[in-house]
Design a protein around this ligand. Structure first.
Ligand SMILES: [Zn+2]
Length: 484
């Protein structure tokens, strides 16, 4: 009997908060069993030769939208396959009642098990869900969602309350299928999540994620841009300018301070947004505030994102914003980088900017883009890359240290990545069902060659291997006092 099921030999192992080390990794029963200077090939049932390559902890893409615009099971299958191509082994996806997704409302006691059942058997990665608490009756389900269902994180959309103020006929209540979705609802939700964070916090972090854009300001700027331009993605950026993020973050932080709710400020897109988030953290050192940005806000500007296909909320902004976000990634103000993956078809974008569906996919670029632009071009440390894409999201969302690091006892979610492998981004390279990509034409160096999920080879030489056997992960992972 070999001592290990699998061994990853001769690689440079990147351990978050530690650094890059030369060692071999032994895997047994789906977990990391040994980190040692050398494992004899005969001691392992299977061997992966990682000579000249990096061995990284599987990325945790903590901002994902499985099933937002397509059938949930179908989308889970194609889009988690795309995630594997970028070294992502765990996806944390947003779900809410209302329009899109399952297009209905009701209690999560009936709807949430349906969501997990629709994903299971279709996901190639392990997965979890953040839940949008949309209605007054769902507020009372927060404790049950954490304690019984392992939902360790929730979401509030600051700008939905204004959907009924915008020009088209989609009234807010029709879209959210909610009664009183406003700052009062947010306050009550923060109280619920703060209580759950105290009750379950010993097992890992419980938190609320916030999409920060301010609805009344969007209404004013959108009317101006529709009247007098500019058109295209620059117009979209001006219709939802950084000021709307700034005000929304300020509103959210007043309530965060009042409730002591742990929060995540999602997809910060502008210099102003990241400055507001960072200032909020400085001004309130007693609060738990985490900052996130996305691959597309780091990589693209309104001039380079390909026109209408690059429509997303918050918008893609300017080169100066992009540089400001990179500075915040480099100096540690930003904790996590995510894809905000939302698969849609080019036809869903159409010709009319204002009617086009917002969002697009990018999960397959998570490690490759951070390696290419962050490490190789800007000199970001390898450990920091693994922290941004794996360890920090795992800690923020109650998965650590089962996920998010390379440590004995943790899940053997390992990515072997070739730092010299270069590809030009096309929809085919990303392996998603999406037939376009705003990242098209970008040269990216540093792609996974092998990915293990709980010790099983799930991706090799550019293709997915085996069946979709990703598991639902209950969070926080230590919430029952069990060994995670
Ligand atoms: Zn999103």
């Amino acid at each position: 009997m070999p001592r290990y099921d699998t061994a990853v030999l001769n690689g440079t192992v990147v351990v978050p908060y530690v650094g890059a080390l030369r060692c071999d990794v032994g895997v047994r029963d789906g977990r990391i069993a040994a980190l040692v200077d050398s494992i004899a090939a005969g001691d392992a049932g299977a061997v992966v030769d990682a000579r000249g390559k990096l061995v990284l902890p599987g990325a945790v893409d903590s901002h994902f939208h499985i099933g937002i615009y397509r059938d949930l099971a179908t989308d889970a299958q194609s889009e988690t396959a795309s995630a594997l191509a970028g070294g992502v082994t765990t996806v944390l996806s947003y779900f809410r009642t209302g329009q899109n997704y399952l297009n209905k409302s009701g209690p999560y006691r009936t709807i949430f098990p349906e969501v997990v059942a629709a994903t299971e058997g279709h996901a190639y990665t392990d997965f979890g869900y953040h839940i949008g608490v949309m209605t007054t009756e769902q507020l009372d389900e927060v404790d049950w969602l954490v304690g019984a269902q392992g939902v360790g994180s929730f979401k509030y959309y600051m700008f939905y309350k204004g959907l009924n103020l915008t020009s088209d006929s989609t009234r807010g209540s029709a879209y959210t299928m909610a009664d009183t979705y406003d700052l009062g609802h947010l306050y009550l939700l923060m109280r619920q999540v703060a209580a759950a964070a105290i009750k379950y916090g010993a097992g890992g972090r419980v938190s609320l994620s916030l999409h920060c854009e301010q609805a009344e300001l969007i209404r004013v700027f959108m009317e101006e841009v529709k009247r007098s331009g500019p058109g295209g993605l620059e117009g979209y950026h001006r219709a939802r300018p950084p000021l709307t993020e700034q005000l929304s973050i300020a509103e959210a932080l007043v309530l965060t301070d009042a409730t002591r709710c742990p929060v995540n400020l999602l997809h910060l897109s502008s210099a102003e947004a990241v400055a507001s988030g960072a200032k909020g953290r400085r001004d309130h050192p007693h609060l738990d505030i985490r900052l996130e940005t996305t691959l597309h806000h780091l990589a693209l500007t309104h001039a380079t994102a390909g026109g209408i296909v690059g429509k997303v909320n918050p918008p893609i902004r300017t080169e100066a914003d992009r540089e400001a976000l990179w500075r915040a990634v480099e100096d540690g103000r930003i904790d996590t980088v995510v894809s905000d993956h939302a698969c849609c078809a080019e036809a869903d974008k159409g010709e009319d900017l204002w009617k086009a569906l917002p969002g697009f996919g990018g999960t397959a670029l998570l490690y490759p883009y951070l390696l290419s632009e962050g490490h190789l071009r800007r000199g970001l440390g390898l450990a920091r890359v693994a922290e941004l894409a794996s360890a920090n999201p795992a800690r923020a969302f109650g998965l650590y240290p089962r996920k998010g690091t390379i440590a004995v006892g943790g899940d053997a979610d390992l990515v072997v990545l070739d730092p010299n492998l270069e590809r030009i981004v096309t929809p085919e390279v990303l392996g998603s069902a999406q037939d376009f990509t705003p990242f098209a034409g970008m040269p990216v160096r540093g792609w996974p060659t092998h990915t293990l999920l709980r010790g099983r080879m799930v991706f090799q030489d550019g293709g997915v291997r085996g069946k979709p056997e990703g598991q639902y992960v209950k969070r926080p992972v230590g919430r029952d006092g069990a060994t995670p």
